[in-house]
Design a protein around this ligand. Sequence first.
Ligand SMILES: [Zn+2]
Ligand SMILES: [Zn+2]
Length: 346
Amino acid sequence: MKAVLFEQFGQPPKMQNVVDPTPSPAGVVIKVEATGLCRSDWHGWMGHDADIVLPHVPGHELAGTVSALGKLVTQWKVGDRVTVPFVGGCGRCFECTSGNHQVCEHQFQPGFTAWGSFAEYVAVDFADTNLVRLPEKLDFATAASLGCRFVTSFRAVVDQGRVKPGEWVAVHGCGGVGLSAIMIAAAAGANVIAIDLTDDKLEFARKVGAVATINASGDKDVVDAVREITKGGAHLSLDALGHPTTCFNSIANLRRRGRHVQVGLMLGDHHHPRIPMDKVIAHELEILGSHGMQAFRYQAMMEMIDAGTLKPQMLVGKHLSLDEAPAALMAMDRFEGLGISVVTRF
Ligand SMILES: [Zn+2]
Ligand SMILES: [Zn+2]
């Protein structure tokens, strides 16, 4: 099969012919019909992820059809249209059996712990636990765009953030994660404030549901601005970028007993950001994380998509071919673009 492969971290990935994957006993092979490009792929290529073993094929936001089955798989058949969350649970450890596959102790991540979906075929382990059936109406490109940023935002806003109608939600950063979170929080009946450095992203944020925007460039005091709009602070706030400044602001702009959810990854020098712990104590703030979403929670999200309450297709940006993927991947740190780029031609 054709696959985009890199042999050294930071060296240009190349399209190559490699051996077709075979399914593990509990796994399947999926014929990839669409795969999204994500900044996590760029971090993986740069060597920031300890799980990656070289040579490597990236890609973790995928949708396609089942093309081969392991002998232990009981819930799926060849030809089923499917997607998977970027974190797959083993289905057997304590976290999985208590319903928290997103923090499984033996998690499977295509494109990180194994070869990913920048290829014609990808093997996915623990299929009965992690595969998600696609509704007839949902196209492959939109389905692929859900697997990482959209589901993590859904869990961050709905499950971890416990958003309620009428609440104020602040979203710091309007890339793929932030725009997803804005759409989901607005659909849940919240009033959303979008914060970013560029006006075109803020304009797009309004299109997906933000009722107020703050351009954080220059010497703007974001915390004061959020407090003023919300008359006292946000009930729920997300750092959708993953930066010490946005993390600090997202906690500091909360009202008493507010909830902060960290969604953007903190990598490299940013591992341990400064947080206003005095406020966390005095105002009884909550600090939460969000890491993917269990396959069984897709049903609630798919029903909102089916009803038209959520429109993830609005967040799909450019369609690419697989041979355009290496250049696009290498540029991910510089230019994310508006919306999620998806490879749909193989
Ligand atoms: Zn597990
Ligand atoms: Zn991703």
